[in-house]
Design a protein around this ligand. Structure first.
Ligand code: PMV
Length: 356
């Protein structure tokens, strides 16, 4: 909810601040459904591509506030907002810090000012929450002066930063790594399958409707789990797709990966459509784009489509084919609705300031 666009003042004593940048990631093998709602533990693993030049830059400043109860503030693209996910992530971090023996972290004595810039339309199924929560988690963590475990090449289960970011968004943890990333169903164990420059892939993003989605992923996942007759089959058939897609990445076999990606997306949407009431994120235009992707393929293009909890269609292809595919899609849905993105880097720190 937008409150106002007041300028940001930091009247209280600052403990430190850090800025982080993170890019969106798009799942090729989807995560949909939670094994545990509170910790946001997924019911299935996933495999994703982190993109370049598209995401969030976030600065977190921790303030010590002795007089009155401290509240976190969140300013997105210059507008102050209330966001329960942001509050939940920050509260979780303070609880963790307190449990680790940091007495300053006592609830109500420390608060954060979060200033974030998003270059992706917010909450419209373009994974803005992934980049947003990864940048927030990393900045909030680093502003306390703690080292970034994601700089370490191997993020194994147990990383508190992963758990923290997952509190905000289950898919966001994948943005802590660049290139092609596999996340296990524990929601914590991540493997980078391929560096961003090791396979010259591209995603052609067809934006169908940039407005916010009517039903959040969180609510949609629970509705699917509770009411879709296909949900159990979605979960039980998922490991096969994840393992086969991992093999396809290791073999750099785009045809195999593309087919598995489409299978995963259609299975996920079938489970969504069969929920009660149905979750139909796709629009007529999305289906029209899917027809075009089939046409492109029948004319020899190596192109496959994927859709998330929104109407947009993302087309996976080789980098060398992206311009041609994008030109074709622009002629159908308009010049400004089509973008090309390439594999991108992991979330990273872009500035730090220690005041104590
Ligand atoms: O992490 P969330 O709550 O934004 O859910 C993401 C769900 C999908 O985008 C549909 C699939 C995925 O794995 O990213």
């Amino acid at each position: 909810m937008s409150l106002s666009s007041r300028s940001i003042e930091h009247p209280s004593h600052s403990l430190g601040s850090a800025s982080a940048a993170a890019s969106v990631n798009i799942a090729l093998i989807k995560y949909w459904g939670k094994a545990d709602v509170d910790s946001n533990r997924p019911a299935v693993g996933s495999l994703s591509l982190t993109l370049d030049e598209w995401g969030s830059e976030t600065t977190v400043t921790w303030l010590e506030k002795k007089e009155s109860r401290a509240e976190h503030r969140f300013i997105l693209n210059g507008q102050e907002r209330l966001d329960s996910k942001v509050n939940k992530l920050l509260t979780h971090l303070l609880q963790y810090a307190e449990a680790e023996g940091h007495s300053w972290a006592k609830q109500g004595q420390v608060s954060a000012v979060v200033e974030s810039k998003n270059t992706v339309p917010t909450a419209s199924g373009l994974a803005s929450s992934a980049s947003g929560m990864a940048a927030l988690g990393l900045a909030a963590w680093s502003a306390l002066g703690w080292p970034n475990p994601s700089l370490n090449n191997d993020i194994h289960g147990g990383s508190q930063l992963i758990d923290l970011v997952r509190i905000g968004s289950g898919s966001a943890v994948r943005s802590l790594k660049g290139g092609l990333v596999r996340l296990e169903s524990d929601g914590r164990t991540m493997t980078q399958l391929c560096e961003r420059d090791e396979w010259s892939l591209a995603l052609v993003i067809c934006i169908v409707d940039p407005g916010p989605k009517a039903i959040s992923s969180r609510e949609g996942m629970e509705r699917t789990r509770l009411t879709s007759p296909y949900y159990d089959r979605w979960v039980s058939s998922h490991p096969h797709d994840l393992n086969a897609a991992t093999e396809a990445v290791n073999e750099r076999d785009l045809g195999k990966l593309g087919e598995l990606m489409e299978h995963s997306t259609f299975k996920m949407h079938a489970a969504m459509w069969s929920a009660k009431p149905p979750l139909r994120y796709l629009k007529a235009k999305s289906l029209m784009i899917l027809d075009e992707v089939e046409q492109l393929r029948s004319r020899g293009s190596a192109a496959w489509a994927t859709m998330d909890a929104g109407p947009h269609v993302k087309i996976l292809c080789e980098r060398s084919e992206a311009a041609h595919i994008a030109t074709h899609m622009k002629s159908i849905i308009g010049q400004r609705s089509v973008l090309i993105r390439h594999p991108g880097r992991a979330a990273h720190i872009i500035g730090e300031k220690r005041d104590v």
